[in-house]
Structures are given as structure tokens and as C-alpha cells.
Design a protein around this ligand. Structure first.
Ligand SMILES: [Cu+2]
Length: 170
């Protein structure tokens, strides 16, 4: 752990000044439904995403409410995606936000440290919460938190069909 702390401190030296614990951005809105022709568990759900600056990167915190409790106990994939969120347009959100790709790294790895993965499990009240800590600050843009039908496969980052999204832009 001591090594990890030292590494974090070293990383912070070269990064832009974002005060540790400062909320970079907070987004709260009803989810946009990707399939308005059929009923789904997220049709009445709302979501809130907070991005909090930390010494070595960002903590992303996701809260969902109003999910159909019939899916209680199920885990759904959720990720920060590159592009905008709009009703009935599941492909508009593009691929996953991957910081290797955004920073021009020679090799783009797929993991919960290069991307923002926010899988959550629905409780009996229809709520779901998750958070993720990454060692980067996502670059600004009009982006989406996309909710998927399945948990995230840690090898591929895939999580099945896109069900709904939360628009986020900073
Ligand atoms: Cu995704």
C-alpha cells in the first residue's frame, strides 16, 4: 500500500490542479430510453453521476432510482461512453470512453482503469449505486453514461444491449 500511495503522489505532480475531494461535475436527470417501443426496467428511472477530483485521478459515483423492482438482484453494466445521449438512439453514444485512446497511448488497453465502469446491482426498492476510482481525469465533451443489459465482461468490456443513458457534458 505504501508503494501505491507513493505512486499516486508522483502521478499528481504532473497533473493539472484539481483539488482532492472537489466535485468536478454533477449530473442528474431521467434516463433516456433507448427503446421506447417496448417496456423496460429503466423506463421510469433517474440517475445522478458525480465526478470527484482526487489527488491521482477521479472518483465517479453513480446513483440510480426508480428502476422497476422486478429486476431486483440483477446486475447491469454501466460505462462512460464517448458521445452524446439521446432517446431511441443507442448508437449515438459511441464506444466506451477509454483514456488510453484519448491520451494517445501507443497501446489501448481495456480495463476498469482505462475506462469508467459503473456496474450496479438493483435492490428491492429499485435503486442501484456504484462507484469507480480511476487514475485519470476524463477529457471534456458531450458524453453518456450507458446502461447495459448484462454485467460487464472484464476481458472485453462488453455488457450486452444498450438499454438507456444519462447525458453528461462538461
Ligand atoms: Cu457501455
Amino acid at each position: 500500500m505504501a508503494g501505491l500511495v507513493a505512486f499516486s503522489a508522483a502521478m499528481a505532480v504532473g497533473s493539472t490542479a484539481i483539488a482532492a475531494g472537489a466535485v468536478i461535475n454533477r449530473f442528474s436527470d431521467p434516463l433516456r430510453d433507448y427503446d421506447t417501443t417496448s417496456a423496460g426496467p429503466f423506463d421510469s428511472a433517474t440517475a445522478r453521476l458525480q465526478l470527484v477530483g482526487q489527488a491521482s485521478g477521479t472518483k465517479a459515483v453513480l446513483h440510480l432510482r426508480g428502476i422497476d423492482p422486478s429486476v431486483s438482484g440483477r446486475t447491469f453494466g454501466a460505462h462512460l461512453h464517448n458521445a452524446a445521449c439521446a432517446t431511441d438512439q443507442p448508437l449515438l453514444s459511441g464506444g466506451h470512453y477509454n483514456h488510453d485512446a484519448h491520451s494517445g497511448a501507443p497501446k489501448v488497453a481495456v480495463s476498469d482503469q482505462t475506462e469508467v465502469w459503473l456496474d450496479f446491482t438493483v435492490d428491492a426498492s429499485g435503486a442501484g449505486d456504484s462507484n469507480s476510482v480511476v487514475r485519470f481525469t476524463p477529457t471534456p465533451g458531450a458524453r453518456s453514461v450507458v446502461i447495459h443489459a448484462k454485467p460487464t465482461d472484464p476481458a472485453s468490456g462488453g455488457a450486452g444491449d444498450r438499454l438507456a443513458c444519462l447525458p453528461v457534458e462538461w
